[in-house]
Design a protein around this ligand. Sequence first.
Ligand code: PGD
Length: 777
Amino acid sequence: MTKDLRPHSAHWGTFRACYDGTLKVTPFELDPEPSEILENLAAAPRNPARLDRPLVRRGWLENGPGPDDRRGRDDYVEMGWDEALDLAARELRRLGAGPDLPKSGPLPGAHVFGGSYGWSSAGRFHHAQSQVHRFLNSAFGGYVAHVDTYSSAAGAVILDLVWGNTLKMSRQTPFWQEIAEETELLVAFGGLPLRNLAASPGGNSQHIAGPSLRQAADRGCEFVSISPIFDDFEALPPVTRLAPRPGTDVALMLGMAYVLHDEGLADRAYLDRYTTGYATFADYLTGASDGQPKTPAWAAAICDVPAEQIAEIARMATRKRTHIAVSYALQRARHGEQPVWMGLVLAAMLGQYPLRGAGFSYSLGSIGNTGKPPLAVPLPTLPQGTNRVGDYIPVARISELLLNPKGTYQYKLETRRYADIRLVYWAGGNPFHHHQDLSRLRQAFARPDTIIVHDSVGTATTRHADIIFPATISLERDDIGAAGNDPFLVPMPQLVPPLDGARDDYDIFAALAVRLGVADHYTEGRSSADWQRDLYERTREALETRGDTPPSFDNFLAGDVLPLPVSDSPSRIAQFHADPEGALLDTPSGRIEIFSQRIADAGFAGHPVWIDHDEWLGSDRAKAHPFQLVANQPRGRLHSQLDFGKASMARKVDGREVLRLHPEDASALGAKAGDILRVWNERGGFLAVAQPDTALRRHVVQIPTGAWYAPVDLPGAGLTCVNGNPNIVTSDAGSSAIGQGCAGQLTLVSVEVWAGDVPPAVSHHEILPKSIRNLQT
Ligand code: PGD
């Protein structure tokens, strides 16, 4: 370790850094392929978008709490910390917070939304979402929470129902090593874009996917990448690239399954031993139950991949040791449950699942810590207390929750009712980045009495808050870096003096807790340092029990990364394969459910099916909006974080996001590289810079998520994000009533060369501009 460089961690990589007015960052030397996102860090500490004092919305201050559609348009009053904390505490008390909560019966937290989704920053103690939850449990006895993630809700729910506990199943097998050493054919639905694998929640010390894929390729492994975007897979020599119409993978998979069934290639022994319901599914495949055989020709008409190629991939998969990988991307769409379920069924039909390097994986191409072995010791984790409210929403139902109090909806085969929310408390997330149909989210954010947000920068979410507390960034505080399946505990010593006026989330909540009389509960009398020492102890003790000699907390924080042991116990699926009668899966039958009676009983198809809908190129709606927008994960940043950093800005033109489209589509539109395009549908529109690229199939356009939302009423165009945030046009309808997941990846849009005046992109520090922040008079 270089003397003045200290270790630290971000979701996208471990690094070493020092600060002398500028931040110098060097990647972790054991990381084989560090992420370019590290380049963004230097812009973080003193960026003009940083918030350096509490702000209170003027309308809220003058008129008091209550629904208000001026959120997002109002101006703000700058306040000293004590005054702002007093105001917030008074409001929290009005809404029922305090030490004397009822021991039973309704709790005030039943009207507080504290789901507070978001990735915030690495660091086990200063994890903003854990801090909000702990605070709301202490102050309100609980809160309305969220379940699932924007990354993976549809897929996680369906796999929970038909495969068992998704997280346990998908995070338990060291796929990368198996793929590098054993796989002969890797069929990747959604491709395996390395940009997605840059990040893992909590940190990613070693980016091993690229080297593993190259090792597999050198061994002669073949790859089939199935994605409408050709560069969704590494440029390895033996990649076959199929480019279906977006959102039609399930039809393609059914075409493959038909061939396996029809040509007697399906592994009946595996299906009989490990699965249930194949016969009912086979009736659907052959058309016995609905009159439509799912032949490759049928599939080809939907997905636009030649029938011969579909059949050949199916046959090839039986000749080789084949791994079926399904990415998160496929399920962040309407009926996203189906391709994930069908991918599992396809792998089951191949029957090679028990072999090393074969079988099925979910999220291998989506997140950096899938495909790595789990750890053998527990990680430091902040206890969040008990949420006695017990209510939740599926994470992407936030607009619905706020707009439809007491309304009913379905989720995971149950009928549920939305709470009536009066307070929204958010820290460490940016719903005006991550949610869909942002105009609708604005209406939703007009509904609560009060919205409180902590962030380090002035995002569009802070722009819609009533009280904004400025938070420190991870570089400005001590913490412990660790993540599931990552083999290092990383000391995160403070590297940069905290920005004057910003406070740690913990200190903000602690100050509120004192005012509310719940400090004992929230802080338990401990400082940040006390907590970290305590959290570290859990891992230290486990290491010691194994015979290791871990350093004391103080030596750890002052020292270097600490290697963690990985588990060598067999994965859940390996246990099941070894003992299908004893090590039953967590499903009603104890097996992989190709047909699920409980899904059928709830009124859905009981096996995977192709479902027509209104967000794909074969739908009627495509006549009005003939392009399919793929709004996927960015390469140069994580979500909307540090969008002002070097790697992120390098991919924009004049601060505006770039839209890729096929050159023939560009010429049909009369567009050339660098032209400003307007992309729109009935929900709104955004401007982006044209970049013709043969990596896309015709009629598909692609833009990354993460540009900061800057809506402008453009003459002749209506509300338009001039920075290129695609979530102004995406639909916030859930994937389906099964999973209610985010379906924002695929949307039908129209595209034109924008002939009107082109407003400049709005800089990050102008999203919550100084000009609307006034001193209190
Ligand atoms: P981030 O940009 O990571 O996005 O959504 P998410 O809300 O997680 O937001 C984190 C916020 O936390 C930032 O504003 C950052 O400044 C703030 N922050 C960081 N550290 C701290 C801290 O210590 N304290 C506080 N108080 N704040 C902090 C991501 C979500 O977007 C995800 S996971 C996915 S996978 C989805 N992907 C798509 C998609 O593919 N397509 C569309 N259309 N939409 C998506 N949205 C989803």
